[in-house]
Design a protein around this ligand. Structure first.
Ligand code: ADP
Ligand code: MG
Length: 705
């Protein structure tokens, strides 16, 4: 471990302020955990009233303890916090883990005290973890630095490559036990609390540099510095370290809960999701599944080319599981001739499906049948990930050995589902000792396989060339801040090479007719005003105008409607575009992660279907096309039921160009939208027929600036 957090993650001496022998006290549980798990560094109990604690010499004050002290544990009541932290700082302690709660997350007085504590630490160059945290569990250092009672129920902290950084303290203890019971070995788990000083990113950085860590799990309530977080995610990917994350705040309820936990605001979930995909973070839906997935992922390299091969001990369970995998879009392997040939020895042709049901073998039962079948599937060239579902069955220990042997031989990602409740404690013990992490819930098996497949897809995307500025994108025309009219927004789009309608702004009926004659009938006439968001709602959109009288009537109607809201008579006359489908393309600035682009099904269905894809800007044309192909409407793009295939390439090009506009606008971007972009048949291009946008005044700083 190196960097800012090294004295925290790998201390050579730990002082416990308020150390006690009493397991009912914070300082007691921490000291017991430290001693029980045989921390190899110096343990310095600080207690004014005790000469020895658990056989260790006690020190009356932190100042009296022999230095240097890398890390001090502070779990005193808030009233004594400032004094205690000051004593630590004056004694030259390098970092304090502050458990004390009811500070910044609680009320104004708590926030003020937190600031004072931070001030003292900064003046002395001492770092703070927390406050309002639960410490850490670092098996790689034999360090149980938490008050969590769970550690007293575990004989040895299982070491392994999985790390965990958490904005929730209680979750750390709970996930430690969950992982422990499923064979997941941890390097370090740390809870960051209010992040007054050291924050989640500091620990993420430290763990990327930590040689004992290969997979990093994050529980996030809010990200403070989006740019740094994204940069660290990319660095982790380049270093071959995998990151899994769960973020609260997916729904309004989740956000509210998260806010009351820590003193920071949750950013938008969709922006976070897009950033994760772009940087290779595996976003998971729940913490338990994340830890179990991390365990399985850490036991093998990423999934290679090929599909999923499954063997089950019971036909019924296997069929349901197979249905669920397929429904989730996870690829089940079709056996090759070579695999068929190997399976023929033990199964009738009608029973060599994927999954293979061991119960359906032919001939007499024998362990070699199971071992052969497992080897045939796990070793198959078409199989890139192997899953075995064990329900109560004959020959459990022998079958388990066959799976373990196949996992070791193939080093393919292997998902072992021990779906036996308490039926086979001997199998569980053997699994734990084998080093193959496992799951017990079928849901988790699906989660893990899904994570493996998503990871592979993200790696393939990352291998694509980065976004290059398209020809003729920019420079930005002069733009007035505030809400843009359709012609103003289209001027921005056109400057970035996006095809917009041919159009003219007009102020009276005769100008409108003159414009229509230049453009050619039929035309479209729309009212123009900075005060209108949805023009159709106010009767300001007139389509398919075939001649001069129609244009005059439309202008009169638009002028009257605008007068009704106190706006001057102004309209835009434009070509009438015909096409096959409508998309919405948009850009907005995420407050945490900066400029984002989105694509979705256009028209009124936008809100109903919520069929949108988001990505951090800029994106390459290939990435833009991938976004379009992830939409639920994607089949329409290729032409369904006799409809022609659409110009997806042109739509992707427009999206990529919009993403450069968004990136270049940076902090000035609030949002820019094309709704609709009309798609024509392949080769015939796309046209932005409507545009809107809101720009902030140019500022210095801010995300994406
Ligand atoms: P709004 O402000 O209500 O979104 P739009 O300019 O998008 O107004 O017009 C409403 C609808 O009219 C569009 O969704 C599109 O279907 C159609 N439309 C608008 N302009 C054109 C055009 N130039 N060519 C063809 N259809 C158009
Ligand atoms: Mg529109």
């Amino acid at each position: 471990v190196s960097g800012t957090v090294r004295h925290v993650l790998a201390p050579s001496s730990v002082a416990v302020i308020g150390a006690s022998e009493d397991l009912g006290k914070f300082g007691g549980r921490i000291l017991h955990n430290l001693v029980k798990h045989r921390f190899a560094g110096r343990i310095l109990p600080v207690n004014p009233n005790r000469a020895t604690l658990l056989g260790l010499p006690g020190h009356p004050t932190i100042g009296a303890a022999p230095g240097p002290v890398d890390l001090a544990i502070v779990a005193v009541p808030a009233a004594q916090l400032l004094e205690t932290v000051t004593q630590c700082a004056e004694a030259g302690v390098r970092a304090c883990i502050v458990f004390t709660a009811q500070l910044g997350e609680f009320d104004a007085a708590g926030a003020a005290l937190q600031e004072q504590v931070l001030g003292v630490a900064r003046r002395h160059g001492m770092r703070i973890v927390g406050p309002n945290c639960m410490g850490m569990i670092a098996p790689s250092q034999a360090l149980g630095l938490t008050s969590s009672p769970t550690l007293q129920h575990v004989d040895a902290l299982r070491r392994g490559p999985v790390a965990f950084v958490s904005q929730s303290g209680a979750l750390m203890g709970a996930l430690f036990i969950l992982g422990h019971d499923h064979g997941v070995g941890f390097s370090t788990m740390v809870s960051v609390g209010n992040q007054a000083d050291l924050d989640l990113c500091d620990f993420l950085e430290g763990l990327i540099e930590d040689s004992a860590t290969r997979v990093i799990c994050l529980y996030i309530e809010a990200i403070q510095d989006g740019a740094r977080f994204a940069a660290l995610a990319r660095r982790a990917r380049n270093a071959g370290k995998r990151i899994l994350a769960v973020k609260a705040g997916r729904t309004e309820a989740g956000s509210a809960m998260a806010r009351s936990h820590t003193a920071s605001l949750a950013g938008s979930y969709a922006g976070f999701e897009a950033m994760c995909r772009a940087t290779g973070i595996l976003l998971m839906d729940e913490p338990e599944g994340m830890i179990l997935a991390a365990g399985v992922l850490s036991a093998a390299p990423p999934m290679g080319q090929g599909s999923i091969g499954m063997v089950v001990s019971s036909g019924g369970g296997g069929a349901v599981m197979a249905d669920r995998l397929v429904a989730q879009g996870l690829p089940l392997a079709a056996w090759s001739d070579a695999t068929h040939a190997r399976l023929d020895a033990h199964f009738l042709p009608t029973h060599r499906n994927n999954p293979i049901d061991l119960g359906a073998h032919k001939g007499a039962l024998g362990p070699h049948i199971f071992a052969d079948a497992i080897a045939a599937v796990a070793e198959a060239e078409e199989v890139a990930a192997f899953i075995y579902v064990m329900t109560p069955q004959p020959l459990m220990p022998e079958t388990l050995e066959a799976v373990i042997a196949a996992w070791k031989r193939t080093s393919k990602p292997t998902v072992f589902v021990l779906d036996t409740s308490r039926f086979a404690e001997n199998v569980r013990e053997r699994l734990l000792e084998s080093g193959l992490p496992f799951v017990t819930r079928p849901d988790d098996a699906i989660r893990v396989l899904d994570a493996l497949v998503r990871e592979r897809a993200m790696a393939a995307e990352a291998a694509q060339p980065a976004a290059a500025r398209p020809h003729r994108a920019g420079p930005l025309p002069a733009v007035t801040p505030g809400f843009l009219t359709e012609p103003e927004a289209k001027a921005l789009l056109a400057a970035y090479g996006i095809r917009v309608t041919r159009e003219h702004v007009v102020r009276d009926a005769e100008e409108a007719v003159a414009a229509a004659e230049i453009i050619g009938y039929p035309v479209v006439l729309k009212g123009v005003s900075r005060d209108v968001v949805h023009k159709s709602d106010l009767g300001l959109v007139h389509l398919l105008l075939g001649d001069a009288p129609a244009v005059r009537d439309a202008f009169a109607a638009v002028a009257a409607a605008l007068a009704g809201i106190g706006a001057p008579a102004e309209a835009v006359v434009q070509e009438m575009v015909r096409g096959e489908a409508e998309l919405i393309l948009g850009a907005r600035r995420d407050p945490v992660f900066g400029p984002m682009v989105l694509a979705g099904s256009g028209g009124v269905l936008v809100e109903v279907l919520r069929d949108v894809q988001l990505a951090p800007a800029p994106v390459s044309v290939a990435q833009a096309e991938a976004m379009l192909r992830r939409l639920r409407l994607a089949p329409l793009l290729d032409g369904v039921r006799g409809r022609p295939a659409l110009d997806v390439a042109a739509a992707a090009e427009a999206l990529a160009r919009l993403s450069w506009l968004a990136a270049d606008l940076g902090a000035r971007l609030e949002d820019v939208e094309v709704n609709p972009l009309i798609l024509r048949a392949a080769g015939q291009g796309v046209v932005a027929v409507d545009g809107r946008g809101t720009l902030a005044a140019a500022t210095s700083g801010g995300a994406g600036a």
